[in-house]
Design a protein around this ligand. Structure first.
Ligand SMILES: O=C(O)c1cc(C(=O)O)c2c(n1)C(=O)C(=O)c1cc(C(=O)O)[nH]c1-2
Ligand SMILES: [Ca+2]
Length: 707
C-alpha cells in the first residue's frame, strides 16, 4: 500500500522493505535492509538493470530515497531527479540554479548527500543555503526558505553552504550547514514540513559576547559552553566552527535528536581560543528535544580540536548487550579514529577503542571517554610540525557505515590519510574566499620529491572494517587500493554492497568479507548504495561519480586509489537485467606540451598563492585528482590575458570557477600561472608515460620529479 503517514512508515520500515524512506533507511541509520532476494547464493549473477546519466560530472554523494516505486535522487549542484525505480526513466527533475561562482564558498565539492520525504513532498538543501520542498508527484515547488539568517553571516570571512542530507521527524525538517574551514558558527534549524516556517534553531558554539541569540541553544551555550572558550580568541571573529554538515538523527526510542558536531574555526586552537579550554560543543554529539530544540545532554569526543576532527560522522543507534544487559546505544566512528559506544538516553560514555591506527591520543579515559593526549600532537601549543594520523580527512568521513543485526557487526569504510599540521607564520591572518585554518598553507601540501611521495603513498590506505562492538575490535577486514571509497549497505541476504574509489561496485559476504561480485562502473564511487523492490523484484542502486574533497585537494596522489574519469550516473542492479554502460573515455585530461619558458623568480610566491586559493579544488602541487580541470594542460596558462580572464575576470563562473580579482592583484595571478607552467614542465613526461600503462597511474610516482 502507498505510504500514508511517513513518520510511522519510517518507524515501521521493516513492514514495507520495498521502500527506502529516509537517509539511513530507518531512524537508527543502520543502513540494513531485510530484503533477501539477492543473497549470498546468487549475488554473482547480479546484472545491470538500468543506468541514468547525470548532468554534473562531479562528486556524487547522495543516498536516493525510494517511495512506492519512485526514486528521488539529489546530485551535485543540488539538483533533484525523480526516476522510475524499475527502469531509471526520468519522471521529472528540478534544478534550483545554484550560482556557479559560489563553488569555492564550500571546502569540499558542490555535493549533496540526499533528500528527505514526508507525506507526499520531497525536501532538499541547496549549496547556496536554501531548503526546498517539492510535490513528490509533479516536482512543483511547494515552498523555499533561506536557512542562513543574516546575523549568522556577520563576519566578513564567514561562509555557509548546505550539502548535507535532509532528515525529517515529527513533521520537522532538520538541516545544518558547512563552512568551518572558512569561518562559520555552526547551527541546526528545524522547519515545519508543511509550511516551511522556522520552529527552532540551535547554535553549536557560543555567541561571541555570551549574549542570548534568542535561540533554543541560549541556556546551554551561556551556562555550559562559553566558559570552555577564551573570551578573546580568533573564534570571536571567525565564528568558532562546529558546523553540523552531515549527521542529524532522530531516535524514536529516546525521542531525542542527536546533532553530530564539527571542527573548530579556525582549526588552529592557539589562535582560535588562545590555547585555552575544551571549546564545547566542537567535536561532540549533542542531544536535544525534537519539538523545541532544548538541550538534553552532550558528549565531547575531541576537546581542544586542532586537527579538523569533526564528530559529524554518522550517528547510528542499536541495541546490544553490555555486561549482560541489553542497552540502547549510539555507536559512532568519528574522524578522530575511536569507535565510541554511548548510552543513547543519557549520553553516558560506555566504551571506546581506536578502530584505525592513530597517533594523537594514548587512549581514552575508561570512565569519562576523554582522550589522553599525546603531548606532541598538540601542535598549536608545541609550535612544532605534526604528522597526524588520522589526518584532517579522518579515519572515517561521510561515507556511511552499516550494521547487520544478523552478524552484529558494524561495517566501517575506514581509511588512513596523514596530514601535516603547522602554525601559520606570524599569527592568524584570514583571507576572503580561501580556507582560513591558521595553518601554514605551503606546508599542508606534499613536497614533490621522490622521498616525500614514496613515504606518503605507503601511508595511504582504505579498507572495510567489520567491527565487533561487543569485543570492541575488528572481526575481519577487506583491503582496498587506497582511501576514499563509498559507503556501505548491509542486507538480509547476508550481503554487503560498496562502491570503490577505483570505480568497482562490489558485493561481499557479510559474515566473512568474501568478494562475491563486482562491476566496473567506470568512475569512482563515494556514495552509499541503497536497496528496494518494485513489483517483487529487488534492486540495489548507487550514485556513481568521483569527487568530494579527497581528489580535489589530494590531486595526483588521489589517483593511487584507482584512476577513473568522472562519468556521473545512477546505476541499479538486479538478478535479471540487460543494460550495459556505453564505452568509456578512461584517459581524462590529456597532457599537452606546456610552454617551455617561465619566470623562476616568482614560482615560489606562485606556489604559496596556488596552495592558498587553488589547491583545494585543482589539487595539491597543481596536479588534478580527476574531477576538475588539470590546470597543467589548460590552454589558458599559455597567455597571461587568457589566464587572467578566467582567474581574475570570472570567464568560467557559470561552470563553478569563481573570480579572484578581489583577492589578488593581476601580477599575483600571473605568479600562479608561472608556477603552473613550472609544474607542467616538471611532470609532463611522467604523465605521458602514465597513460601508456593500463591504469593510467604513474608507474613510478617519483618519475620526473626534480629533487
Ligand atoms: O567544517 C566544515 O564545515 C566542513 C564541511 C564539509 C562539507 O560541507 O562538505 C566537509 C568538512 N568540513 C570536512 O572536514 C570534510 O572532511 C569533508 C569532506 C567532504 C566531502 O563531501 O568530501 N565534505 C567535508
Ligand atoms: Ca571541516
Amino acid at each position: 500500500a502507498p505510504v500514508a503517514d511517513t513518520g510511522q512508515a519510517i518507524i515501521h520500515a521493516d513492514d514495507h522493505p520495498e521502500n527506502w524512506l529516509s537517509y539511513g533507511r530507518t531512524y537508527s541509520e543502520q543502513r540494513y535492509s531485510p530484503l533477501d532476494q539477492i543473497n549470498r547464493s546468487n549475488a554473482d549473477k547480479l546484472k545491470l538493470a538500468w543506468y541514468f546519466d547525470l548532468d554534473t560530472n562531479r562528486g556524487q554523494e547522495g543516498t536516493p530515497l525510494v517511495v512506492d516505486g519512485v526514486m528521488y535522487a539529489t546530485t551535485n549542484w543540488s539538483k533533484m531527479k525523480a526516476l522510475d525505480a524499475a527502469t531509471g526513466k526520468l519522471l521529472w527533475e528540478y534544478d534550483p540554479k545554484v550560482p556557479g561562482n559560489i563553488a569555492d564558498r564550500g571546502c569540499c565539492d558542490t555535493v549533496n548527500r540526499g533528500p528527505g520525504y514526508w507525506n507526499g513532498k520531497v525536501f532538499f538543501g541547496t549549496f547556496d543555503g536554501r531548503l526546498i520542498s517539492l510535490d513528490a508527484k509533479t516536482g512543483k515547488k511547494v515552498w523555499e526558505v533561506n536557512t542562513i539568517p543574516q546575523d549568522a553571516a556577520l563576519g566578513k570571512q564567514r561562509s555557509y553552504t548546505v550539502d548535507g542530507a535532509v532528515r525529517i521527524a515529527k513533521g520537522l525538517v532538520l538541516i545544518g550547514n558547512g563552512g568551518a574551514e572558512f569561518g562559520a558558527r555552526g547551527f541546526v534549524s528545524a522547519f515545519d514540513a508543511e509550511t516551511g516556517k522556522l520552529k527552532w534553531r540551535f547554535y553549536t558554539v557560543p555567541n561571541n559576547k555570551n549574549q542570548p541569540d534568542h535561540a533554543a541553544s541560549d541556556d546551554a551555550l551561556m551556562n555550559i559552553a562559553y566558559k570552555t572558550w577564551s573570551p578573546t580568541g580568533a573564534w570571536t571573529r571567525q565564528g568558532g566552527g562546529g558546523t553540523v554538515w552531515d549527521s542529524i538523527v532522530y531516535d524514536p526510542v529516546t525521542d531525542l535528536v542527536y546533532l553530530a558536531i564539527g571542527n573548530g574555526s579556525p582549526w588552529n586552537y592557539k589562535y582560535r581560543s588562545d590555547g585555552i579550554g575544551d571549546n564545547l560543543f566542537l567535536g561532540s554529539i549533542v542531544a536535544i528535544r525534537p519539538e523545541t530544540g532544548e538541550y538534553v545532554w552532550h558528549f565531547q569526543e575531541t576537546p581542544m580540536d586542532q586537527w579538523d576532527y569533526t564528530s559529524v560522522q554518522q550517528v547510528m543507534t542499536l541495541d546490544m548487550p553490555i555486561n549482560g544487559e541489553m542497552r540502547h546505544v549510539i555507536v559512532h566512528a568519528p574522524k578522530n579514529g575511536f569507535f565510541y559506544i554511548i548510552d543513547a538516553k543519557t549520553g553516558e560514555f560506555i566504551s571506546g577503542k581506536n578502530y584505525v591506527y592513530e597517533n594523537w591520543a594514548q587512549g581514552l579515559d575508561p570512565k569519562t571517554g576523554r582522550p589522553i593526549f599525546n603531548p606532541d600532537a598538540l601542535w598549536t601549543l608545541t609550535g612544532k610540525e605534526w604528522y597526524g594520523i588520522p589526518g584532517d580527512l579522518g579515519g572515517h568521513n561521510f561515507a556511511a557505515m552499516a550494521y547487520s543485526p544478523k552478524t552484529n557487526l558494524v561495517y566501517i569504510p575506514a581509511q588512513q590519510v596523514p596530514f601535516v599540521y603547522k602554525n601559520q607564520v606570524g599569527g592568524f591572518k584570514p583571507h576572503k574566499d580561501s580556507w582560513n585554518l591558521g595553518l601554514d598553507m605551503a606546508k599542508i601540501g606534499l613536497p614533490d620529491t621522490p622521498e616525500a611521495r614514496t613515504a606518503f603513498m605507503k601511508d595511504l590506505k582504505g579498507w572495510i572494517i567489520a567491527w565487533d562492538p561487543q569485543k570492541q575490535k575488528p572481526a575481519w577486514t577487506v583491503d582496498h587500493k587506497g582511501p576514499w571509497n563509498g559507503g556501505i549497505l548491509a542486507t538480509g541476504g547476508n550481503l554487503l554492497f560498496q562502491g570503490l574509489a577505483n570505480g568497482e561496485f562490489h558485493a561481499y559476504d557479510a559474515t566473512n568479507g568474501t568478494d562475491l561480485f563486482h562491476f566496473d562502473a567506470q568512475s569512482g564511487i563515494i556514495a552509499p548504495p541503497i536497496t528496494y523492490s518494485v513489483n517483487g523484484k529487488q534492486y540495489v542502486a548507487v550514485e556513481v561519480g568521483w569527487g568530494g574533497i579527497y581528489p580535489f585537494f589530494m590531486g595526483g596522489m588521489a589517483r593511487t586509489s584507482g584512476w577513473t574519469v568522472n562519468h556521473s550516473r545512477v546505476v541499479a542492479f538486479a538478478l535479471e537485467g540487460n543494460a550495459a554502460l556505453p564505452p568509456q573515455n578512461d584517459r581524462g585530461f590529456l597532457p599537452v606540451k606546456p610552454p617551455a619558458q617561465y619566470d623562476t623568480k616568482v614560482t615560489e610566491q606562485g606556489y604559496f598563492l596556488f596552495q592558498t586559493y587553488c589547491a583545494a579544488c585543482h589539487g595539491d602541487n597543481a596536479e588534478a585528482g580527476g574531477v576538475l580541470p588539470d590546470l597543467r594542460w589548460s590552454g589558458s596558462i599559455r597567455h597571461q590575458d587568457a589566464f587572467y580572464n578566467v582567474v581574475g575576470r570570472g570567464a568560467l563562473t557559470a561552470y563553478g570557477m569563481d573570480r579572484f580579482d578581489a583577492n589578488m592583484k593581476p601580477d599575483q595571478i600571473d605568479d600562479i600561472r608561472q608556477y603552473i607552467i613550472k609544474r607542467a614542465n616538471e611532470t609532463y613526461q611522467r604523465e605521458v608515460d602514465a597513460r601508456k600503462n593500463q591504469q593510467n597511474i604513474p608507474a613510478n610516482p617519483t618519475l620526473g620529479v626534480t629533487p
